[in-house]
Design a protein around this ligand. Sequence first.
Ligand SMILES: Cc1cc2nc3c(=O)[nH]c(=O)nc-3n(C[C@H](O)[C@H](O)[C@H](O)COP(=O)(O)OP(=O)(O)OC[C@H]3O[C@@H](n4cnc5c(N)ncnc54)[C@H](O)[C@@H]3O)c2cc1C
Length: 448
Amino acid sequence: MRVHPRRIQEIRTGNQDSGPVIYWMSRDQRIKDNWALVHAQDLALHLSRPLRIVFCLADGFLQAGLRQFDFMLRGLHECAGVAESLNIPLDLVRGEAGLVLPAYLEKHRASFLVMDFDPLRIKKSWQKAVLDKTGIPAHLVDAHNIVPCWSTSQKQEYAARTIRPKIHRQLEEFLEDYPDVKPHPYPAQAGTGVDPDGLLQEMDLDKTITPVRWLSPGPAGAGEVLDDFMAHRLSLYHEQRNDPNMQVLSNLSPYLHFGHTSAQRVALQVKKQLDTPVQSREAFLEELIVRRELSDNFCHYNQNYDNFQGLPAWAQKTLDKHRSDSRDYLYEPQALEQGLTHDPLWNAAQTEMVKSGKMHGYMRMYWAKKILEWSRSPEQAIDTAIYLNDKYELDGRDPNGYTGIMWSIGGVHDRGWKERKIFGTVRYMNYNGCRRKFNVDAYIQKWI
Ligand SMILES: Cc1cc2nc3c(=O)[nH]c(=O)nc-3n(C[C@H](O)[C@H](O)[C@H](O)COP(=O)(O)OP(=O)(O)OC[C@H]3O[C@@H](n4cnc5c(N)ncnc54)[C@H](O)[C@@H]3O)c2cc1C
């Protein structure tokens, strides 16, 4: 067996049927560098069974529309081709997993189910629904985090400073190179494959938000973006990552979100890049590993990761105290969505997200904090920010998104600052602060 045993949770053991091992691919949509698939293959080899991959396509998923499904299905199409070349068929099944997967497993007389870990409630509920309706032995593999979420910590962490040592203590053990998925020796019936254009036409989707074309979806696209980042931008990351005009960020978040690449592969590559300044490598790895895995920790252990109840007690108290403070500006979600505020910097950030599908990381903080300042209540602010983020960002509907919004609006993983109107002691950001950091006019001009 090639996968670290602490990366795997044995959900259920028991009698096996006579058919293939099934990897239910969900969060980690790639063939190479995927611990869940490696584990599924190990089980299939051990049992001398064929191996299949299944993906369940639900039409509606947390505000995702044409933009996100286009990116995802083109990536899956690439995966199906690679898997097929390894004698591992990939089936795409339409419908919610809880409703369609039990019948699929039955039809194939599946012997074992391997699932990839996702801390979001909806994914956990799909997995539970499938397991409740079948008796199949099942394993859950954390193929997304470098240090498996449950191994890093068994509770919600307070902040980056508390999770950092826990991750670093185990990093050497888990940050190992991946074994290859081998051509599978046991033959299986052909899979359905994935026809992105046909599916996009048939699906009942919000088609008003168009796909983005400046990033090529899929694992191959992810590899190109990573190579380009390491060659041209990584060395500038330490000094310029907070300047939205410089665009030195990696642009890997859409690929990490859909699992087209793994954070572990990215970290292995960046660590080898010894000709770039060490501060840049370290600053990038801090975001990629510590901050990203902190988000998974938050969503896994806090059931209220997307609402006011999930905020730390001090933040709930201070926001409650300032609930009825007067607002200089109040905007309804529709006005925000259309970028119709008095603040051209905020409107530019909103437009960047609407047009490009990816707002610069620094602007995301400013954007969310202003939504708090201009909304009737912190609850409305959280809902509006999540609605917009999930609808327009290519990397939306991700633990990083929920955690970033809860950090900005409600002090999650942060501490108290100077008390002021509306925010209480939640950290504040303003236009003049941005002006001191970067050329605000150039950014506005670019997007408006
Ligand atoms: C209000 C708000 C909303 C956000 N929404 C999302 C979202 O929907 N999806 C998303 O992936 N990220 C989100 N983030 C986190 C962060 O802004 C993005 O991950 C980053 O801007 C993505 O661009 P990049 O890959 O080019 O970043 P890079 O700076 O190149 O970072 C590389 C990777 O490190 C991780 N990372 C970077 N910054 C953070 C962070 N602050 N927290 C956690 N992980 C981080 C991401 O996986 C990112 O892809 C949000 C942050 C805030 C404040």
